[in-house]
Design a protein around this ligand. Structure first.
Ligand SMILES: Cc1cc2nc3c(=O)[nH]c(=O)nc-3n(C[C@H](O)[C@H](O)[C@H](O)COP(=O)(O)O)c2cc1C
Length: 189
């Protein structure tokens, strides 16, 4: 328990440029995704799914992003296109968490979307507990229809985020955290 609290107290993201190989291997990834799928999920709808990008698939995905960027920005300089391509070429393993939230007779869509956020967070925490670093990023292409089509998302699905995973080469200094007094109130006091 103490270990869990220490990890949660110190947890922080490691940006993709500081994530090198090795990333999680097949067995570790299986364990990570099993843990990530164990989140509160009202109605047991499993309103999310995973897409793993590594090896050849990661290179193809980076090409998709570069092409979409060039299409949206026909005057972009080659180095700008390469910068965008590189967004998916830094961390050795990237897991896209796709929200499948949809209208339901009993479970509000909002609750299903929150469940996808919990999946992302659990994956980050589990990755850090396994000795990896991670970052939860969306970037512009999580909202680009061409990219989503290429990655196989249907019209009703949304990108909850890309979880970039790898071995930290360095850990950036922590950022300021909220002051509890600013965000906590006691009802009825
Ligand atoms: C849904 C979601 C999307 C995010 N997308 C980005 C992003 O595209 N680019 C970015 O710099 N940070 C993004 N962030 C913020 C980082 O994940 C992270 O919170 C931030 O770097 C601080 O890290 P830490 O508080 O986990 O240490 C996103 C966070 C969330 C929850």
């Amino acid at each position: 328990m103490t270990d869990t609290l220490s990890l949660l107290k110190l947890r922080r993201s490691v940006p993709p440029q500081f994530l090198a190989a090795p990333g999680p291997d097949a067995g570790q990834l299986d364990e990570l995704l099993t843990i990530a799928a164990r989140v509160p999920d009202h109605g047991k709808l499993v309103p999310w799914r995973f897409i793993v990008f590594s090896g050849e698939g990661r290179t193809k995905a980076a090409d998709v992003v570069a092409q979409a960027f060039s299409k949206r920005n026909p005057d972009a300089r080659p180095e700008q296109v390469e910068f965008e391509r590189n967004r998916l070429l830094q961390a050795p393993v990237i897991v896209a968490v796709v929200s499948r939230a949809a209208s339901h007779v009993k479970i509000p869509e909002w609750e299903q979307e929150l469940s996808a956020g919990a999946v992302c967070m659990s994956m980050l925490v589990a990755a850090q507990a396994m000795g990896f670093g991670g970052s939860w990023l969306t970037n512009w292409f999580s909202f680009d229809r061409d990219v989503l089509d290429a990655f196989g998302l249907s019209g009703g699905e949304r990108m909850a985020g890309f979880i970039h995973l790898g071995t930290p080469t360095s850990v950036p200094p922590d950022r300021d955290r909220p002051v509890l007094a600013d965000i906590v109130s006691t009802y009825g006091a």
